[in-house]
Design a binder for this molecule. Sequence first.
Ligand code: FES
Length: 231
Amino acid sequence: MVEFRIFRFDPEKNKEPEFKPYQFEPFKGMTILEGLYHILENMDSSLAFRSSCREAVCGSCAMHINGVYRLACKTQIQILKSPITIRPLSHLPIIKDLVVDLNPFFDRFREIKPYLIPKENPPEKEYLQSVEDREKIDDWLDCILCGACYGSCPVCAQDPKYLGPHALLKALRFVDDSRDGATRERVAFVTQNSGIFRCHTIFNCREVCPKDLDPTKAIAKLKWKSVFKKF
Ligand code: FES
C-alpha cells in the first residue's frame, strides 16, 4: 500500500490549500503519473494535473515529489518512501491543484528569442554546419521546458523578472550555434539586470534537470563570454 499526499487548491473555491491523502495498492513499476491517473479514475475525479507524452519528452508533468522536482512519468513509486508528498512547481501562480500558470515561465523564455536569427548575408539555399560546430551545441539541445529548474531556483523565487535557468541555457544554445547571426546582441541581452549575473551558482537547476543538462554551466559560460570574448 502506498499513500500519496497531494496538494489540493482551487483558488476560486478554497481559502487555503490542503494536502489530501490517497491510499492505493500500486502495481510493480507503477509511476507517479500512473498513480495520479489511478486516483483520478478510481478515487477522485476532481484532481487536476498535467501530462501528455507519458515518456519524459513533453515536459508537462514536472512537479515537486518527496522534496525533489521530478517528472511524474519518469519516477517510479517504488523508489520513494511512502507517504509520497506531491506539490506543484513553485514560483508560478496556481490554476488548480498541481496545475500552474506557465505564462511567466514562457514569457522569460520568449525574451531570449529562442530561434535562429539569420546572418547578414544568408546562404542562397541553406546553412551548412560542420560536425565540429554541431558538437558545440550538443550539451544545450535537449531541454524539454518542463520547469523543474525554474521551480528549484531561489533567484526565480525572489525576482520574477530573472530570465531563469531554462531561458539562459537556451540563449547559450543560440550563442554557440555557428548558423546564428545575433551572437553579439544575445550576449548583450543576457548581461542585463535580470540576466546571468543574478545567478548565484547554487546548482539546484543542475541537480533537478530530468535530462541531465547543466544550466549552471551554461550560465557560467555566458558570464565568461560576456567578460572575456570580443564579438
Ligand atoms: S508526460 Fe510528458 S514528460 Fe511526463
